[in-house]
Write a protein of this length. Structure first.
Ligand code: GLC
Length: 581
């Protein structure tokens, strides 16, 4: 009778292809290898009990961030705003909205972060203001052709009585991108009608924003995340566009072929996102802002939110005299697929090495479905528009396992990484939110066709046993939390072996001590073309991610960290391990 011996694991060599992508060895400026954590102020922590997060709430939770081990915080907008787009509609760029506190509260928070060794980046929204901004109010009160109107994009309509919008552009949030005012003129808004686009050809707009930069730099901020950085300049004459207008999938055009040189980075776009995006003129603005920041000490930085593809096109935003970083949305939108991930990683380094900028990595933010849910959906695309209760629901356990594996893969890559609040707890999206509570203008402007982004913006759970899971002192939360948030609450994870919080904490600590952020990547030979595994070496640490549904043999090496439990000598499905060879 044949005995069944357990299979001997095949020793997997840790040799590499020898190609090193990046590898500056030492980080020159802090942002080159920083881990930057996005705080979405409405939903981070509520200090005053009104159910909306605020700046004192952030200050009170700075130790959570210090313990986690991040380098910097990026705050989404907290400026005076009617909150039509959750603060991305700014009425006064130099003040804190009373919802979130005061300028003194901001200064206290900033000092608290700095004392703990963390830098602070704030959001700048230059493409549009709120319709409540004094400039827009003046424009409405003034006549067509007046200097007040010239700061925005007012035009006469088409048709015999000007009753048609000046062109056919659609708002990113749905519906026409133009709204008519009582005297018959129209104004452009790429987003909600409460967010009129500024005219960046106007010199006053330019000086105003340079001044706003200085206002916050003088207060001590370490940089700016620049909202819709690819949208500020529009093509001359505002020509019609027959493509599909979207931020998240890069847009597309029915009548313009995709760039034959693009596919290597796995991106879908053609470097041509229509006359409203990625126009040459934006770069001049960033060159002038670069100069403003260079006048300050401390390597202050600008990071572009530019949904631009391919990556070689995005790299133009981070040329040496422009911005310092750009979010890598090509990485965020890549499927859970080994070959596709290797392609986008390679293309990211290639594009940014050309211009001497660090790559960035990101998996979640306040505009997309959280990756713990995305990766557990039956069709794990980006799902930018949220998930309805009636949609196919995610497999929560699979999503979390993959999300932990994806995050550990990301944090092993050289470059800078962005985290979105709550991902360190493994938080899923709220996918069963009733329509009545939704607040995203994208939901309303599409007449409910899109769920919108509320599901990723739900207030964080801090304490499993408190009302509102400890979001604030009263239990009130501006969006309802799903019941599952109880098991993700921060206090159930601190110091608990295997919790997602402790996984992130260990990864960030090792990333720092091993210098992974400013290391160099070379592909492990054993899996160089594997359809299942992404594996690379970075400064003596091997990062091996198994994206398949079956276990793979591991090299005989010391395991430093793993995203899930390991079995003897093998790496289970949807798991990443860091090894020392
Ligand atoms: C950016 C923000 C998004 C906002 C939009 C308009 O994409 O990230 O939240 O709605 O710009 O400002």
């Amino acid at each position: 009778m044949a005995t069944t011996e357990p299979p001997t694991p095949t020793p997997v060599p840790l040799t590499t292809d020898g190609t090193v992508h990046v590898g500056s060895d030492t980080a020159r400026e802090w942002w080159r290898d920083a881990v930057i954590y996005q705080v979405y102020p409405r939903s981070f922590a509520d200090g005053d009990g009104d159910g909306i997060g605020d700046i004192p709430g952030i200050t009170a939770r700075l130790d959570h961030l210090r313990t986690l081990g991040i380098d910097a915080v990026w705050l989404s907008p907290f400026y005076r705003s009617p909150q039509k787009d959750a603060g991305y509609d700014v009425a006064d760029y130099r003040d804190v909205d009373p919802l979130f506190g005061t300028l003194d509260d901001f200064d206290t928070m900033l000092a608290g972060a700095h004392e703990r060794g963390m830098r602070v980046i704030v959001d700048l929204v230059p493409n549009h203001t709120s319709d409540q901004h004094v400039w827009f109010q003046q424009a409405l009160a003034a006549a067509p052709g007046s200097p007040e109107r010239a700061r925005y994009i007012f035009r006469d309509g088409r048709g015999p009585a000007g009753e048609q919008p000046p062109n056919n552009w659609q708002s990113i949030f749905g519906g026409a991108a133009w709204t008519r005012v009582p005297d018959g003129q129209w104004y452009l808004h790429l987003f909600d009608s409460s967010q009129p686009d500024l005219d960046w050809n106007h010199p006053e707009v330019r000086t105003e924003f340079e001044d706003v930069l200085r206002f916050w730099l003088d207060r001590g901020v370490d940089g700016f995340r620049v909202d819709v950085a690819h949208g500020m300049v529009k093509a001359e004459g505002l020509p019609d566009w027959h493509g599909h207008v979207s931020m998240v999938d890069g847009g597309s055009s029915d009548d313009q072929p995709t760039d034959p040189g693009a596919p290597e980075d796995g991106s879908t776009g053609a470097g041509n996102q229509g006359p409203m995006f990625d126009q040459e003129g934006v770069h001049e603005i960033y060159r002038s802002w670069h100069q403003v920041l260079a006048g300050y000490d401390g390597d202050r930085c600008l990071v572009a939110e530019a949904w631009v593809e391919p990556l070689s096109r995005l790299a133009r935003y981070v040329r040496p005299d422009e911005m310092h970083q750009a979010f890598n949305f090509s990485f965020l939108t890549t499927a859970w697929d080994a070959a596709a991930l290797r392609r986008v990683i390679r293309a990211s380094y290639r594009a940014n090495d050309e211009v001497g900028a660090p790559t960035t990595w990101v998996l979640s933010n306040h505009d997309v479905v959280r990756h713990a849910t995305r990766l557990g959906l039956p069709d794990p695309g980006v799902r930018p528009n949220g998930v309805f209760p009636g949609d196919p629901q995610p497999d929560e356990e699979l999503g979390l396992r993959r999300a932990r594996a994806a995050s550990l893969l990301m944090l092993g890559l050289p470059g800078s990484a962005y985290l979105y609040q709550g991902e360190e707890l493994g938080l899923p999206e709220h996918t069963t939110m009733p329509d009545e509570v939704r607040q995203d203008p994208g939901h309303f402007r599409t007449h409910g066709a899109e769920a919108g982004r509320d599901g990723c913006r739900v207030p964080l759970p801090w304490r499993a046993d408190a009302p509102g899971y400890g979001f604030g002192p009263t239990g009130a939360t501006w969006l309802p939390q799903p019941e599952s948030y109880q098991r993700y609450a921060a206090d159930t994870q601190y110091g608990v072996d295997g919790s997602t919080f402790e996984l992130y904490r260990a990864a960030l600590a090792l990333r720092r001590t091993e210098g992974l952020g400013h290391g160099g990547l070379s592909w492990l030979d054993a899996w160089a073309d594997s359809p299942d595994v992404v594996a690379f070496a970075n400064r003596g640490v091997a990062v091996v991610a198994n994206l398949s549904s079956t276990a793979v043999d591991l090299p005989d090496a010391e395991v430093l960290l793993a995203s899930g439990p390991l079995e003897d000598g093998v790496l289970p499905a949807d798991t990443t391990a860091w090894l020392r060879g």
